[in-house]
Ligand binder design. Structure first.
Ligand code: NAP
Ligand code: MG
Length: 401
């Protein structure tokens, strides 16, 4: 059998712990037998980030800019405990944060739906993809614990030193709290473009919601920037595809989402996205069935699983015990990246392989063969719980058939 050829390399970002183990199994059993895999490899595992003083993370993001598509394994974001465990010279920053800052992208999270794992919300028939604006607002705010009576003011001084704006926020008669938030037009515009682009790529409606009736400057600016960019740059393409851009108030959006059938992208401001992505992912069943793709406004894509390195399973694995770690989201990260590479390079065989890999993965679960996390929640009768390796081998068997 001749293997599928690639023309442009895929940027491959390896990672840590249990997902690093899965990564190798996926390549060996599901990809390398079928594809003459061309990747530019970056090891984002913590030891290599330490050795290169995190330069490898920056290099991998730059390579993604150059080639356009990356696939990333889950990585450890160090905390104090990890600094000790890996004897780190520094508490290196989150690789995802570093990559996102370089690509200026938006993260889209979508559940993988499969027969036998039913969403908690009965009406949801199709995935709901959440796009979170991961910049500013309460995540970059300035806060003050007001000790007692006094005046709080909002002041803006222009670059020329001239005071442009001053308004009393509140005349405190007692102690209280105070917060200053900001966002930038450029960041909101990037977010809007990534969302419109991804809606076109995936041929889905785009919903966006803020609280513009209450927040007449701050939230209204988000609404206005989205609308202006839509009208000027994307409306024609949306019309041609028969998809819709729909803006509403955030509380109305929440009510509509619950009653919807799914099948759309929901763009959220930073805090809404933080909260709603956890609600939507748990309502769809399992974090292990959630994919994630970072899309830059320039049209660069980085695919990964939404979950972490599954540390608890890795420690079991190190003790020589059998694990049952779900590899579906990591497999879909690979299939997503290969499909996109195939689309960009006009390689229909590669696109078809991505479809077959996903179909084989879902067929395995639908045949009742799954990892423990799914076996616990499935509505299928008599599911068989497979180990980490057995599950990937079961998919390999279907792929070969
Ligand atoms: P996690 O890796 O997402 O796992 C948390 C728990 O969720 C697991 O212990 C497991 O539950 C369940 N789970 C998650 N993925 C699973 C899978 N594929 N199959 C089966 N069960 C799964 O989060 P964590 O253990 O809190 O974090 C571990 C490391 O991941 C941290 O160092 C963190 O920094 C990193 N992290 C990285 C990313 C990323 O690179 N995108 C994202 C999040 C976290 P049970 O133990 O009950 O089986
Ligand atoms: Mg959250």
């Amino acid at each position: 059998m001749t293997k599928i050829q690639m023309t442009t390399p895929l940027v491959e970002m390896d990672g840590d712990e249990m997902t690093r183990i899965i990564w190798q199994m996926i390549k060996d059993e599901l990809l390398l037998p079928y594809i003459d895999l061309k990747t530019e490899y970056y090891d984002l595992g913590l030891p290599e980030r330490e050795r290169t003083k995190d330069q490898v993370t920056v290099d991998s993001a730059e390579a993604t800019k150059k080639y356009g598509v990356a696939v990333k394994c889950a990585t450890i974001t160090p905390n104090a405990q990890r600094v000790e465990e890996y004897r780190l010279s520094q508490m290196w920053k989150s690789p995802n944060g570093t990559i996102r800052a370089i690509l200026d992208g938006t993260v889209f999270r979508a559940p993988i739906m499969v027969r036998g794992i039913s969403p908690v919300v009965k009406t949801w028939k199709h995935p709901i993809t959440i796009a979170r604006h991961a910049y500013g607002d309460v995540y970059r705010c300035t806060e003050y614990r007001v000790p007692g009576p006094g005046r709080a003011e909002l002041v803006f001084t222009g670059a020329d030193g001239k005071e442009e704006f001053r308004q009393t926020v509140y005349d405190f008669e007692c102690s209280g709290v105070l917060q200053g938030q900001y966002n930038k037009d450029s960041s909101i515009a990037s977010f809007a473009r990534s969302c419109f682009q991804y809606a076109i790529d995936t041929k889905q409606d785009l919903w966006f919601a803020t609280k513009d009736t209450i927040s007449k400057q701050y939230d209204h600016t988000f609404k206005d920037i989205f609308q202006a960019i839509f009208d000027a740059e994307y409306k024609a393409a949306f019309d041609a595809l028969g998809i819709e851009y729909f803006y509403t108030l955030i509380d109305d959006a929440v009510a509509r989402v619950i009653r919807s059938q799914g099948g759309f992208i929901w763009a959220c401001k930073n805090y809404d996205g933080d909260v709603m992505s956890d609600m939507v992912s748990s309502a769809f069943g399992s974090l292990a069935m959630m994919t994630s793709v970072l899309v830059s406004p320039a049209g660069v894509y980085e695919y990964e699983a939404a979950h972490g390195t599954v540390q608890r399973h890795y420690y079991k694995h190190l003790e020589g015990k059998e694990t049952s770690t779900n590899s579906v989201a990591t497999i879909f990260a690979w299939s997503g990246a290969l499909r996109k590479r195939g689309e960009l390079d006009e390689l229909p065989d590669l696109v078809a392989f991505a479809d077959r890999l996903e179909a084989a993965t879902l067929a395995t679960i639908e045949a009742g063969e799954m990892t423990g996390d799914l076996a616990r929640i499935t509505t299928l009768p008599n599911p068989v719980t497979l180990s980490t390796g057995e599950f990937i081998s079961a998919i390999a068997k279907r792929l070969a058939a």
